[in-house]
Design a binder for this molecule. Structure first.
Ligand code: FAD
Length: 397
């Protein structure tokens, strides 16, 4: 395998580096990752960041130029993720819109849908959420119960969704609803683009373990959508939903590169923290643990590169992405737990009381989501078992 980049790809990297140096919010280049605590101020800060990215031509990287993208290659997208991880760039508020809804509409949306939504997704003018998970059907997505019934020229939507990231800020939702009960779970589902500002849509924010309010319950009580809001065909939502999920490919790269950055920050922490005046980094037991993390982060990266090579050769990602997600999710969680434990009793301190930087504590608590969001570790293990190792199928109840 050749891990080097071409001169043209390195030029792309340089251009991005220069842009980041000139445009990252104040303090971010120096490692001060300041996002406002207040929810409204935080949303404003992140909207502003996306507007800047879009103006600089760094949003919707792989999208066609005619829709405001760069027409970037997969390798360029990977370089982009490497560089964003390197500087710990602020997260993108409209990540669902940019990473999933936009690419799906570009692939299978109508011209009307593209003209109406694509530009606003790119510049962050409209925030999107993804209404897939429901109480009792997260992993078993096809068991969803939210219904849409046709009445005249309208579809009337009733049901409940849960764990919907950014729904409290969202203008629109990419929603899956049952439109027919054929008895077969995967059939009779339709994908709708739903206006979140209408009567009949209610969101209730859920407070998470790290005291953030990024996800929600959503209730649909006679909410309305029209034929023009359907993506693909009526009852073809399962295929459409898989198209949307296939666009998570670069999200995995993001996790893998963040893991490399996390490891180097963990080493810095072990140099800074001391016991009896001696830095932890000199302790053989700590060194052994760090060496094991180093080997595993490297293995995760190489595994990702192997998968990337296959993806480029075959034109589409394979089930190996589940290994990447499983490995990087679990390892990230372990490294953050270790960073907190290195701080001993100080690891319990929170926000402004923290000894060094409360982001360790915050990220550790957030890391519980790594092994749940986008498919749990158990589900990834099933995919690895069935589709890579050729083991017998999971028992379906
Ligand atoms: C931070 C965060 C953000 C999220 N954002 C969104 C969002 O924006 N939109 C959205 O639609 N959803 C979102 N989700 C929901 C996420 O996709 C689901 O939580 C996930 O798919 C798991 O579904 P569940 O919670 O219903 O758990 P369940 O499916 O009920 O699973 C419960 C447990 O059983 C295990 N399990 C289930 N089936 C099997 C099996 N066949 N074999 C072995 N073990 C199994 C699971 O691994 C898990 O440990 C988010 C979740 C998190 C944590």
């Amino acid at each position: 395998m050749d891990f080097s980049f071409t001169a043209e790809e390195e030029k792309f990297r340089d251009e991005l580096r220069t842009w980041l140096e000139e445009n990252l919010p104040a303090g971010w280049l120096e490692g001060k990752r300041m996002i406002p605590e207040d929810d409204n101020e935080k949303a404003q800060f992140l909207r502003e960041w996306q507007r800047k990215l879009s103006e600089g031509g760094w949003a919707g990287l792989s999208w066609p130029k005619e829709y405001g993208g760069r027409g970037a290659s997969l390798i360029e997208e990977v370089i982009y993720e490497q560089e964003m991880a390197r500087v710990n760039a602020p997260p993108v508020l409209n990540i669902i819109g940019l990473a999933m809804v936009g690419p799906t509409l570009l692939q299978i949306g109508t011209d009307e849908q593209k003209n109406k939504y694509i530009n606003k997704i790119l510049n962050g003018e409209e925030i999107w959420c993804q209404g897939y998970s429901e109480p009792n059907s997260g992993s078993d997505l096809a068991a969803l119960q939210t219904r849409a019934v046709k009445q005249g020229d309208k579809w009337i939507i009733n049901g409940q969704k849960i764990w919907t990231s950014y729904a409290h800020l969202a203008d629109r939702c990419f929603l899956l609803a049952r439109t027919e009960n054929t008895g077969k779970k995967h059939e009779g589902i339709t994908a709708f683009l739903v206006d979140m500002h209408q009567e009949g849509v209610e969101t209730r924010t859920i407070r998470s373990i790290n005291d953030k309010r990024d996800f929600n319950e959503m209730f649909f009580n006679d909410a309305i959508a029209y034929d023009a809001d359907i993506v693909g065909e009526v009852n073809d939502g399962w295929r459409v939903s898989l198209t949307l999920l296939s666009h998570e490919r670069v999200g995995i790269a993001r996790q893998t590169f963040r893991l490399q950055k996390l490891f180097s920050e963990l080493v810095d922490l072990a140099k800074t923290m001391k016991k009896n005046g001696i830095p932890f980094i000199k302790d053989p037991i700590v060194r052994q643990k760090l060496a094991s993390f180093r080997a595993r982060t490297r293995a995760s990266l190489l595994n990702y590169y192997r998968h990337l090579t296959d993806t480029i050769q075959n034109g589409k990602p394979g089930p190996e992405g589940s290994m990447d997600k499983l490995g990087s999710g679990e390892l990230g969680q372990e490294m953050l737990a270790y960073a907190v434990s290195l701080q001993g009793a100080y690891g319990l301190l929170w926000k402004e009381d923290a000894l060094i930087d409360a982001s360790w504590q915050h990220d550790y608590l957030r890391s519980y989501a790594y092994t749940i969001e986008g498919g749990t570790s158990e589900i990834q293990r099933n995919i690895v078992g069935e589709r890579i190792l050729g083991l017998p199928k999971d028992i379906k109840y």
